[in-house]
Ligand binder design. Structure first.
Ligand code: FUC
Length: 790
């Protein structure tokens, strides 16, 4: 009886609901005097760590991400209260819809006429009226809600530390309170498809907490049986598209010792020795036109299956699966005393400091994020990867495909994470379906088209306004990422799978390219150079440089693919003929690479614009190259100088890659210093556009790889842009085009060793500075070289 009374009092004392509903939040618990002592820095170098919780449980960019590609959480690490903000990658607003605008085709000739007559603002206005998708905006990606815990903690907190171990993918919180050492570990298993949270203490009977679920979604929360919480909900409508998804979250609470009590919508644990929470979430999304899945059946099974395994078994399986991918690449840029500082302090001191390992950590963090947000079978990494606390996140946290989604996948191949491209391949194959209708209805064209954005429902029509949306190149650019997957792997089966999408996209351009009146070059029209206004008072124009670069790559890839696969000879010839008629790259009066057909660059309203679209030819493409096309490379450099280094997160990351391709290691490093400063990196290492956008993380990692190894244009080049800040180091396991795995070691700024393993048996040419060497390595064999490539 007394025990029951005590237990009830305990429940009243720290009900999750009461605490979260009414307790005022301290303005800055970072200064909370109750935290004392200094937890030691972690031994493991690949750790993010902090001496305080994420402030007030609201400062989301201080929380630490875990994820299994589909399901994810942000872990805040609070002491009296803990928050796990939850995501599931198919919980978006809306339902299946078709945004193609049936008025577009009739307006197309007039829009083109106005553009060629130089009446750009009129063209843009008409396109705005007749050529935009319906609705004009796409569906946002949404949060699932939060798992909330409340703990009966009193007194001083000693030696607090929270961290994220990139090597095991486990987030931990540990501290001592009232002489008891508490520990929490959280991971999200790709094997068992649940988030697992383990709560332990070094003295028996010390683990007590209440747990509940919160959500801004249209959902109900209740307990089920003695130890489960269930949230049932439906997604929201958006932009006149009805919500069509159901979802369920199920939490099972397992205890060792102590007592467990299920209230209406909360579960309480008192005086347990340890507890494990299993969290599962699923929606009814099957694919972009089928929402008939059964979330309840899915999460029930996941919870039952995971519940039959011990915590150690769950942990072991997830660590093994994570390390299978994560451990393929090791990067050592040198270690210094700075490593002993918490991660947020290191970010503040990176620029001008001596902390090369932070760059290595940043590189590996991006690989971690890709593994955690883009696994086979799931959705591709969106603008925030997988992690989003809002119902209305910036830019809908969608797939912006005029740079951002492509950038997300730049580190995938060099970073030896080719499998993580699978969700992107899936997206593109879907867009080839939905985009076929957009091509037919809006352009009267065969093949398929996608404009500058897409969402869970694979929408492909122009959105947001013609100055952003009227850009028919998104699908074609995404195909370049898929082509790179083939370049790095040589996987013919994959090439065969993506060939219809390549062929369909090329066919769209054969049908829609038009002759511009002055030179009779073939150009896209209407289009724009992503989001950049030209001096004609609009963005809309004909034949921006980037479009022609993308079409040139697309046609060339399609020609090669059809040769390799032995098909479509006649089509190949058509593509070759059209290729020679595309408008060429042009150098303008300021010595710059022209962004448009006309030499407008230095008269454009924003010469420092964040997008550097015309430099696509230098990176990610390799049409412009310091050795093969030195004049164009010099012009690209001039364009970059005019644009300047300071830009948003992803735009900074793009500049980093471009300077690496120009083989200017010092300039590239200066840009990395800006990217890794508090202006562009949050305390949890997430990229700051600002606001948070994950592309800068991925683009940054790609840039670091480009500084150490490049493999475009038939050569594998060692240390093409090594900065003075990294005199000694080595990298193991990077991938190069042609199917190679490469290790590189350097000392005093000079190459000392290289190891090349051939995965496909292709020939290759190696380069270090001016020394080159052609080699043949049998498939599966390894070649070891010294600094002279001998
Ligand atoms: C493009 C960029 C913005 C932002 C958005 C998601 O529109 O121009 O900077 O990254 O995508």
């Amino acid at each position: 009886m007394r025990a029951v009374l005590k237990f009830t009092l305990l429940l009243l004392a720290f009900s999750v609901r009461t605490i979260f509903a009414s307790e005022p939040q301290p303005a800055n618990p970072g200064l909370n005097p109750r935290f004392t002592g200094e937890a030691p820095p972690p031994q493991e170098p690949l750790m993010l760590w902090y001496r305080l919780p994420a402030a007030t449980l609201t400062n989301w960019t201080e929380a630490l991400p875990v994820g299994n590609g589909r399901l994810g959480a942000m872990v805040f690490g609070g002491v009296e209260r803990e928050r796990l903000q939850l995501n599931e990658d198919t919980l978006w607003a809306g339902g299946p819809y078709d945004p193609a605008n049936t008025n577009a085709l009739a307006a197309l000739p007039e829009v083109r006429r106005l553009i060629f007559a130089g009446q750009y603002t009129n063209a843009q206005e008409l396109a705005g009226e007749k050529m935009m998708g319906n609705p004009m905006r796409q569906m946002p990606y949404e949060t699932v809600g939060d798992l909330r815990l409340a703990f009966p903690t009193n007194g001083t907190i000693e030696n607090y530390r929270r961290d994220l171990n990139l090597d095991t993918a486990v987030a931990s919180v540990s501290y001592t309170a009232s002489g008891i050492h508490f520990k929490r570990e959280v991971f999200c298993s790709p094997v068992d498809q649940v988030i697992v949270m383990r709560l332990t203490a070094d003295q028996p009977g010390s683990v007590s907490f209440n747990v509940g679920l919160d959500t801004p979604q249209m959902a109900t929360v209740k307990t089920a049986g003695a130890n489960e919480l269930v949230m049932d909900g439906v997604n929201r409508p958006a932009n006149n598209v009805a919500g069509a998804l159901k979802f369920q979250v199920r939490v099972r609470v397992l205890t060792q010792g102590g007592k467990l009590f299920a209230d209406k919508d909360e579960i309480s644990v008192a005086q347990a020795d340890a507890a494990t929470l299993l969290i599962a979430a699923a929606t009814s999304y099957k694919n972009y036109h089928d929402v008939s899945g059964r979330p309840e059946a899915i999460v029930r099974k996941q919870i039952v299956d995971a519940g039959s395994k011990s915590f150690d078994r769950l942990l072991e399986a997830q660590v093994a699966e994570h390390q299978r991918l994560f451990r393929r690449v090791a990067l050592d840029l040198g270690e210094t005393e700075a490593m002993k500082l918490p991660t947020d302090e290191r970010i503040a001191h990176f620029a001008g400091g001596n902390d090369p390992q932070l760059a290595a950590l940043y590189f590996q963090f991006a690989r971690y994020l890709l593994i955690c947000s883009s696994r086979p079978g799931g959705q591709p990494a969106n603008l925030q990867g997988l992690w989003n606390e809002s119902m209305n996140p910036p830019w809908g946290s969608k797939y912006t495909i005029n740079i951002n989604t492509e950038m997300n996948y730049w580190p995938a191949e060099p970073g030896n994470l080719g499998e993580c491209v699978e969700p992107l391949t899936g997206l593109v194959m879907d867009l080839a379906q939905t985009g076929a209708r957009t091509a037919r209805v809006m352009y009267g064209a065969r093949g398929w088209v996608a404009h500058h954005n897409s969402d869970l429902w694979r929408a492909t029509a122009p959105i947001d306004g013609p100055q952003y949306g009227l850009w028919p190149m998104g699908g074609a650019w995404l195909l370049q990422n898929l082509w790179e997957h083939y370049q790095f792997t040589g996987d013919k089966k994959y090439l065969k799978e993506i060939y219809p999408a390549l062929e369909g996209s090329a066919r769209f351009f054969l049908d829609t390219l038009v002759e511009e009146p002055t030179h009779r070059w073939l150009v896209t029209c209407p289009s724009l150079s992503p989001e950049n206004k030209h001096p004609g008072g609009a963005s809309v124009c004909a034949g921006p440089t980037m479009d022609l670069e993308i079409v040139r790559d697309l046609f060339s890839n399609c020609i090669q693919a059809s040769e390799i696969l032995g098909r479509d000879k006649k089509f190949r010839q058509q593509l070759a003929a059209a290729s020679t008629r595309l408008a060429p790259l042009q150098i303008g009066g300021a010595g710059q690479l022209q962004e448009w057909l006309e030499d407008w660059d230095t008269n454009a309203p924003d010469i420092h614009h964040r997008h550097v679209s015309h430099l696509y030819g230098l990176f990610p493409s390799s049409q412009i190259d310091v050795r093969a096309t030195p004049e164009l490379a010099a012009a690209a450099k001039r364009s970059l100088e005019i644009r300047g280094d300071k830009a948003t997160g992803w735009a900074t990351a793009w500049r980093l890659n471009l300077w690496a391709r120009l083989h200017d290691g010092e300039h590239a490093y200066g840009i990395l210093e800006f990217l890794l400063s508090p202006a562009r990196t949050y305390p949890d290492l997430f990229d700051a556009h600002p606001p948070f956008q994950i592309d800068g993380n991925f683009g940054g990692a790609s840039g670091i790889a480009e500084m150490l190894l490049q493999s475009q244009n038939g050569e594998i080049e060692f240390l093409p842009a090594l900065p003075g800040a990294w005199p000694n180091g080595n990298v193991k396991g990077l991938r190069a085009r042609g199917g190679f795995e490469v290790d590189v070691g350097w000392k005093d700024g000079r190459l000392v060793s290289a190891t090349i393993q051939s995965l496909a048996g292709n020939r290759c040419r190696l380069r270090y500075g001016n020394v080159t060497r052609a080699v043949e390595i049998k498939k599966g064999s390894i070649l070891r070289l010294n600094g002279q490539l001998q």
